[in-house]
Design a protein around this ligand. Sequence first.
Ligand code: OOG
Ligand code: NI
Length: 465
Amino acid sequence: MSTISQWQLRAAFAVRLSEMYGQEVPAYTTLVDVSREVNEDVLRAQGADAERLGSIGRVTAERHGAIRVGTPRELQQVARVFGALGMHPVGFYDLREAAASAVPVVSTAFRPIDGEELARNPFRVFTSMLTPADPRFFDAGLRARLETFLAGRQLFPPELLTLADRAAAERELPEDDAERFLRLAVSVFELSKEPVDRAWYRTLEQVSAVAADIGGVRSTHINHLTPRVLDIDELYRRMTDRGIEMIDTIQGPPAWKGPDVLLRQTSFRALAEPRPMRAEDGSVVGGELRVRFGEVEARGIALTRTGRALYDELLGHVDELASRSPVESRHDIARAVWERHMPGSEEELAAEGLAYFTYRLADDRPSDAATPPAGLAELVRQGWVRAEPIVYEDFLPRSAAGIFQSNLSGQGTRDNEQTGAAYDADWLSGAVEREVLDPFALYEQQQNRSLAHVARSLGLTTTLR
Ligand code: OOG
Ligand code: NI
């Protein structure tokens, strides 16, 4: 019998999840259709330039999902399921700090980490874990009730976890096991039809809508699935023209004439969906919950730590200016700030060490008889070496918090007099029993490997940087 490799499992999982979500949330299908149209139009207008940050095949298939779980144990099980698909935890995001309202979660993203795997299928899942131990949100009584509730549920059937461990160990599955694994894995993320305990849900909702979404039910679900688009401003206009009400901003860097960096995202609000509720007297009644929404994103070049510090500084600067002149649009302010402070070309980003690139020998470089100039900048300038931008594969805490908040029904409550429970990447690594990787280190390795290869091919004895 034939076997299915990890990347094939990942690609198949992404497709099936997308089919399931499209059936459950029809507006998602509209978003995917409009994204595809925009991408085709951009490709037609820009030709090869449109593929500078990924082939059209990759971009069209590209999705990220988001899920939320309740406990370290559940997070460890998520890590096993995604480990089967060749996806590793990358980055630590503390949304408790990034959000003004009550978003009591810490997060990571599961994704492929090497270039070839990303090119095959870059599927990633932003995964958040509830923090019942944080006294700013939960008092001792509610924490105890919540932890007991979460300890008593099972999100992932044992058969799924066994198959996942096998796929991770063998890096493939026989065809029939692969089929079983995919079915079980997709069904875990469907919206449950089980009645929701209304009183319990409401209790948690008063603290935080996110807490209710995670800890108020006995299952998990995918809460959005995000296609990638090449022109997010155009997508925003077209969705609005179709009568879909988008949130009022595009998160992340503004639209401007310079290079796209990091990540720009926008979304439409969660839709009210019918859900059976168990009332206080035990009867099952009709109800509605808003837990699933639509999001779309445009990806740009990965920034170095220095580049990222500049991005964060500019955002702070925009905040300050926007608070001083509330009538001016934040977007116009941001664009003006960008034009003043953000380098306007890839060459400048590279020269200032602000962004990551892979380097390769140019096919049409000067003949091998010539002596290459010294230094990376000259090699690029004189046409020996080409620099290709590395696409940003991760998330932005502030944008993520914005996405959470724009979809909350209320602000929730938060007691800032209390000291928050401490979590960090090391804590998260312990919980998932594997290292939570540092995104900067991954991009840097990719850049350094390409530089070492160029240096070797040119017979250089010095390190290029
Ligand atoms: C995750 C929100 C973060 C993104 O794209 O930044 C996110 C959630 O709502 O669970 O998906
Ligand atoms: Ni998202």
